[in-house]
Design a protein around this ligand. Sequence first.
Ligand SMILES: [Cu+2]
Length: 131
Amino acid sequence: MKLANIIVLLLVSLTVFANSNIEATKVSNNQLFKVSYISKADPIKINKIHSWMIHLEDMNGNDIEDAKITIDGGMPAHNHGLPTQPQITENLGEGRYLLEGMKFHMLGYWTVTVSISHGNLSDEVTFELNF
Ligand SMILES: [Cu+2]
């Protein structure tokens, strides 16, 4: 492969990697829920408050409509949490929830943990973001 092609491929992969903070889907730690988020800000800018939409499904693909969701997170390497206290402010129906108050105030590796309780089930999932 020509060097130029390799460089183009690298740039494309880097772009994809950089955009990967915008959305993600993961199964919760105990395999109870499938959890997705989409950032309403694209790209997510450092120090800028923005919203996410969270989507919840059970493992059969049914929307979960009346869950309680709390958010925690931070930078493990720096031993600090999120600079804000993001909250679910609206149940949007069809398993979607509006999460307001997201903010990342420095470059680096962040985790965002979504804790879910629904009926007598609770579980959590941790998303990883790199800025
Ligand atoms: Cu930090």
